[in-house]
Design a protein around this ligand. Structure first.
Ligand code: EPZ
Length: 431
């Protein structure tokens, strides 16, 4: 498994370009299954999860052309199978996003029930309950979710989610787009990625109103057509690089971003003492103010409040802030694995259940650490960038799932970071 070797202490200075949002590209690629016509998506990030999603579409029978690395032209004309197999789903739970479109267009879908992952059990019971409300029969057969629309077409309904679920909202939006009649989603997720998906679906001929709010209305239509769409910038990658500038006491210009998608993060980081200036609607200038950082507590909540996907990165920054901060994770039940690795780097963190208390400022020291999930990996990279000495991060395949070219992007602004591939490590060991 590849590793990152990082020598900390260098302030990052320069310009970083943000890639397309992984968590928008995943549902948008799934949405291409809703039509036999070609859907062209631009600004698709070149990350592992999207390579997996593309493979899923091709396994189902769709044609995916990439005239340019980040442009995907998908034609789901000859779909021969309606099954997302275990081998794929176990590597990427977002494969469940194929359920809604396959059910809506073909009246059937079979997706391996995703297991849990490092951050939690992550059930999809709310997705399945919603499909049943739309008239589908759903059963579990040898580990696979098998969904069928007995009458061949789903029927609109009022879906009230007892919990905010991002991919649950996305799955229902896609299923309802071709259902007979009207669907209303109550307590819908409000993430920018939901709005982006709705914009694509409406370009394809869907009739969706209210995306981005807690109530979404979908008037089902008979068919959807091809479209062209550009994926929004990745707000979590943006937040991660804002923290990178602050934690290394550097100065970064962050381009191709959408500051309006991470208002809660920007507000919290400004309160901590990070100097964040909007140069124009798509770029930020970030530097660490010279009076240092002040500990601020935070609780993760659904959008538009502070996102769970920034919690690990924020915890790394709090090790460099004066005072004690309390970080409360309310979305996932096990999202503090990065904390024990940060402690190996001399961070002063006490955590139990869903709350962690971080005492700063501590001088972090390089160590061998292990990534456990996507955002935990980002947290360890950030800590390593400001730690004294060398840090070796193992299992960086986690970070490759959601950060495009992170070694190249950080290296270009002065980070001392290199990827040690498994083969190189082996040959070095053999010498
Ligand atoms: C999406 O996951 C994101 N992934 C996650 O990003 C993100 O952390 C999460 O939303 C929360 O914002 C993608 O968009 C591909 P949820 P999702 O359904 O949709 C519970 C990253 O780092 N729940 O909003 O799977 C669930 O267990 C990833 O990029 C049920 O109980 O999350 C969790 O506690 C990590 N039953 C809460 O709801 C369900 O049927 C929120 O989950 C569905 C969810």
């Amino acid at each position: 498994m590849d590793k990152f070797l990082i020598r900390g202490g260098a302030p990052l200075r320069g310009t970083i370009e943000i890639s397309g949002a992984k968590n928008s590209a995943l549902p948008c690629l799934a949405a291409t299954l809703l039509t036999a016509e070609t859907v062209t998506l631009h600004n698709v990030p070149y990350v592992k999860d999207l390579i997996t999603q593309r493979r899923l579409l091709e396994d189902l029978g769709a044609t995916v052309l990439t005239p340019e690395l980040r442009t995907h032209k998908v034609t789901a004309k000859n779909i021969e199978t309606f099954e997302a197999p275990y081998e794929l789903v176990k590597t990427m739970r977002a494969s469940v996003l194929a359920l809604g479109p396959l059910l809506a267009r073909f009246g059937q879908a079979k997706v391996s029930l995703p297991g849990g992952c490092a951050i939690g059990t992550r059930p999809i019971d709310l997705h399945l309950k919603a499909f049943e409300q739309l008239g589908a029969t759903v059963s579990l057969e040898s580990g696979d979710v098998v969904a069928r629309a007995p009458s061949g077409r789903l029927t609109g309904a009022e879906i009230s989610f007892e919990k905010v679920t991002v991919t649950g909202t996305e799955n229902v939006m896609m299923a309802a787009a071709l259902a007979k009649g009207k669907t209303t989603i109550l307590n819908a997720a409000c993430e920018p990625e939901i709005e982006d998906l709705a914009e694509l679906l409406n370009k394809m001929g869907a009739r969706i109103k209210g995306a981005g709010t807690a109530t979404i209305e979908i008037e089902g239509v008979e068919n959807l057509s091809g479209a062209e769409h550009t994926i929004i910038p990745d707000r979590i990658e943006t937040g991660t690089f804002i923290v990178a500038a602050a934690i290394t006491k550097g100065e970064l210009e962050i381009r191709n971003c959408a500051p309006q998608h991470l208002v809660a993060v920007i507000e919290k980081l400004r309160a901590v003492g990070v100097d964040i200036e909007e140069l124009n609607p798509n770029s930020l200038l970030v530097k660490c103010c010279d009076k240092g950082l002040t500990a601020q507590s935070v609780t993760t909540e659904p959008h538009p409040l502070f996102p769970t996907d920034m919690q690990a990165q924020y915890m790394a920054l709090m090790t460099q802030a004066e005072g004690v901060s309390t970080i409360t994770e309310t979305i996932f039940e096990n999202r503090f694995m990065h904390a024990s690795e940060l402690i190996r780097m001399n961070a002063k963190i006490e955590f139990s259940g869903s709350t962690a208390r971080v005492r700063g400022v501590t001088d972090l020291t390089g160590a061998r650490v292990q990534a456990s999930d996507l955002r935990a990996s980002a947290s360890l990279v950030l800590a390593a960038l400001c730690a004294s000495g060398e840090t070796l991060i193992d299992r960086v395949y986690h970070i490759d799932r959601g950060y495009e070219n992170i070694v190249k992007k950080l290296g270009a602004v002065g980070a001392k970071i290199e990827r040690i591939t498994e083969s190189a490590a082996k040959s070095a060991a053999d010498q």
